[in-house]
Design a protein around this ligand. Sequence first.
Ligand code: GDP
Length: 526
Amino acid sequence: MNNPNLREEVDMRRTFAIISHPDAGKTTITEQLLLFGGAIRQAGTVKGKKTGNFAKSDWMEIEKQRGISVTSSVMQFDYDGKRVNILDTPGHEDFSEDTYRTLMAVDSAVMVIDSAKGIEAQTKKLFQVVKKRGIPIFTFINKLDRDGREPLELLEELEELLDIESYPMNWPIGMGKGLEGLYDIYNNRVELYRPDNYGGERFVPLDDAGDIPENHPLKGNSLFSDVQEEVELLKEAGDSFNRKKIARGDQTPVFFGSALTNFGVQTFLETFLEFAPSPYGHKTIDGQEVSPYEQDFSGFVFKIQANMNPAHRDRIAFVRICSGTFERGMDVFLERTGKKMKLANVTQFMADTRENIQEAVAGDIIGVYDTGNYQIGDTIYEGKLKVAYEELPSFTPELFMKVQAKNVMKQKSFHKGIYQLVQEGAIQLYKTYLTEEYIIGAVGQLQFEVFQYRMQNEYNAEVIMTPMGHKIARWIDPKDLDEKMSSSRNILARDRFDQPLFLFENQFAMRWFSDKYPNVELKSLM
Ligand code: GDP
């Protein structure tokens, strides 16, 4: 479709993911952002474990029960002339693969850190995933209303453990009970935590020398003077603000604040929107890049989810639009099959309310109702564009279970469930080579639990799962395959694309195999 305003509309998009170790405050900050954007009216709508009012972004029953976010969800709002798309990601490491795919669909990431805990295990893992993408990373150090670690120590840890330069956009004045405010370096002002103690204005503009105006009650405050000195030192000794490095993900702008008391969040949002990139061009399989300003529509499926709303029992393919304009009812081609599809029933995500949308452009995420046509990684395009976007990486599963239907009469729902969950990317499926027994593979144990729960609750298929423990999965070229290669220390299987692989007992078994068949290349996924 020809959209004369395409460039302008794309440029106002900001599509990003929030990552954090569980409990750092990702949900709380997301909620504050949605409040600013007017997408929700009341705090506690996104998450209120105690009140039984669950996170809008925590879709599923199992997430409620365990209080974790299993799947990534998408939220959109307008702020300051920008259209913001936030993609939530599960914090638990067992769902890293889902997070990874989500990160393929964003242009930048925000990393939330607990000021008392610093860089935690999952922060580090997720950070490395973002780093691989080479996209800008913004840091929000949260919970300043509590006693945490020294800011300088936190920055040092960040640089050391994550191997990235940091640039403080603001600096805390006190913390915990002694929190007075933020020295907003970027905007050259002070943001007061309790403005009422200092004449009522939240923001105190600083003069050119970074000083408090003469007659302001904060003048002469010793805490502020100390911070002033610290900031001077930072300016002299620290790295300078470098837009190019930020764009590559080699420097992270750091913001301090408190999501719970809504302190510093708005400043963060406004500054973030200024620096966060608008949609990038996306790479195709053959290394070309498609510009977001290209008039023909294209996009890829980065996530599929069945039964998002128990009242609907539907399945939705999440598409990141990479170019052009989506228009309700438009025809597109599904690259994998060449099939023509009508995009009639499409939603956008405002947490638990879904609105049927009329139009969206590159950078936006749309949810396409799916009756089983789409798979993760699929490209769809309009007319002559004919692109295939880069494959979405899969992780090599490490844990395996044999599965079968408990009730043989329910084979049909068993198969339906298993295939849908596999297409969603919730779990990987293999069959033993000769006997065709089902084996499912996962990166983390929780994936199995979610699988079992969903099979029963969504497909009414009780499953029997027999743990096989850790295995090392390695694929081989079908032409190298000889059934004699199968032994007591490995299991020969095929994946859902009929590609042969071995599940090795351990490293030793794999080495033994390689010694015996030196010419057979063993390949892993990611
Ligand atoms: P998530 O797991 O990263 O989504 O974390 P949540 O947003 O659910 O927050 C975890 C806990 O920390 C909750 O009890 C929040 O109320 C609390 N929390 C979040 N932000 C802050 C903050 O700025 N200050 C304090 N004191 N608590 C916070």
